[in-house]
Design a protein. Structure first.
Length: 317
């Protein structure tokens, strides 16, 4: 299920605004009711993330909160690394990177934040305070530990000799330490969505406004048998929201293990290739100016230059 607030965030344009009519139309195309949208907008306004001018479909939302109303998207550097892996350009050197820390209870918040940083960068826990990954994330982990004031409590080690519970085969270790089956299922869902054929014009039906949302001059809902528009902006944008949600759901929990450690065939590469093709098609059919989401994914897929960032890996934007 796609959260309603993700739809609001995904439709933020480069100037920080969301068109109310477009929001209701896209949300309706995704099976959401007008009431869901109204309640979501009220919550976002109450949280200080958006301001609203106008009412209903004639309203304009303006992002004012932290992050400018952007949804969670994988960081461009992280996504590009995944596509380089898919092309065989990031072979594993056989080194396991191990991190250990012992932070006292008095610095519990820093300890939890360091743990979150490690798992966020794809490291798997071995036991209390001990994490491992095949990826060279040491500089990022040390920087985060120093930022949290616990750099002295961190130990970093590189080794080619890792055994866990009597298992030392690298591929068997990967299957034991990371939820590869769950990650593969997410990629299969992404591939199916990205490969879905575009529906014909007769299948595209924009949502109708509820009675409380229509202005006096707006027409009411179409009666059965009355003609409907055959196409509109909601369809490609709704597909873009679906694709962005599925892409993030598959990518964000993926530790991007080297292909040498993954089951074969691994669905990640096929899913990412299908997603890139689908994103290109959607971008080409969306009128300009489109949501800033298109620019973010264009950057992640390498077709536009990055904006400078201070955060490694990926971030919740």
């Amino acid at each position: 299920m796609i959260p309603t607030r993700l739809v609001v965030h995904a439709l933020v344009r480069e100037d920080g605004t969301v068109d109310g009519g477009e929001l209701y139309e896209v949300a309706g195309a995704l099976g959401m009711t007008d009431q869901q949208v109204r309640l979501c907008v009220k919550r976002l306004v109450a949280e200080g993330r958006f301001e609203v001018e106008g009412r209903g479909r004639r309203a304009v939302l303006r992002a004012v909160g932290p992050g400018g109303g952007l949804p969670a998207v994988p960081e461009a550097e992280y996504v590009r690394h995944a596509y380089r892996q898919d092309r065989g350009l990031e072979p594993w050197d056989g080194v396991w990177h191990v991190f250990a820390f012992a932070v006292p209870e008095s610095a519990r918040a820093a300890r939890d934040a360091l743990r979150d940083a490690l798992t966020g960068l794809g490291a798997a826990p071995l036991q209390g305070g001990l994490y491992v990954t095949p990826n060279p994330i040491g500089p990022y982990v040390r920087a985060r530990a120093a930022e949290l004031g616990v750099g002295a409590a961190l130990t970093c080690l590189g080794t080619r000799d890792l055994e866990v519970g009597g298992t030392d085969d690298p591929r068997a270790l990967a299957a034991r330490l990371w939820p590869l089956t769950e990650i593969a299922e997410r990629y299969e869902a992404l591939r199916e969505l990205a490969s879905r054929p575009e529906p014909g014009p007769s299948e595209r039906e924009p949502s109708e406004p509820g009675p409380s949302e229509r202005e006096p001059s707006e027409p009411g809902p179409s009666r059965p048998g009355s003609p409907r528009p055959e196409s509109g902006p909601a369809h490609p944008l709704a597909r873009a929201v679906e694709l962005a949600a599925a892409f993030s759901e598959a990518m964000l929990p993926d530790p991007l293990l080297p292909p040498e450690l993954l089951p074969r065939p691994w669905p990640g590469a096929a899913a990412r290739a299908a997603a890139a093709r689908a994103w290109d098609r959607l971008h080409a059919t969306t009128t300009s100016p489109g949501p800033r989401l298109f620019r973010l994914y264009a950057q992640a897929l390498g077709s536009e230059p990055d904006e400078p960032r201070d955060t490694p890996g990926w971030v919740m934007m």
